[in-house]
Design a protein around this ligand. Sequence first.
Ligand code: 6PG
Length: 228
Amino acid sequence: MDTRWQVAKDDADWLRQALAYVRAAEARALAGRGAFHIVLAGGGTPRKVYERLAQEAHDWAHWHIWFGDERCLPVDDPERNSRMAFEALLSKVPIPAQNIHVIPAELGAAVAAERYAQELAGVHAFDLVLLGLGEDGHTASLFPGHDWGEAIDAPPVLAVLDAPKPPPERVSLSARRLNCACVVLCLVTGAGKREAVAAWRGGVALPVAAIRPACGVDVLLDPAAAVA
Ligand code: 6PG
């Protein structure tokens, strides 16, 4: 399994590369099966990618939106990952409502994890998984010292009850389910991520390093996040 590191020249190049990556994954998926199943990353890093995607022409009718994780907050809470995605992209493009699969995290982690696992049943490998990277090496809501769901019999969706990054209660796709992907792109910007990037490159067993799909992982860094 390869991890391929790409350092952008500047912010504009970082965004350009991220968009090109999505476009290529979409084209492959549509050519292959006539649908594009994409897992959106949460947090703040991907917002500018989503905002720019909303300004482009895509085959939106064939996009299927999934979420890598969600915070157990009310649906309209400003801190919800789904709210960011709707503000930046999903409210601006004609993706059929039935193709947008929000994690019902407002129901509580255990119930939401169960419901999302049912919704995912029968869904093939994701065509593209977008991930973020936390300063402690977490990704989605898979945190150091917690169960990342790597085992072959791990559930597809995990209830997270004591996350170190607020809110403590979250729902996350497991490492095993995130690995069931044709393409994985980790989007990393900012000097705050430099240590996590260095640890990851140094082989530290971080949650993000548990994402090891057969296709490998592409990591797109801006200059500030790149290890000197
Ligand atoms: C979350 C995210 C989380 C995020 C990283 C990076 O719900 O917090 O899913 O995994 O991607 O913490 O967050 P930033 O992009 O805001 O730095």
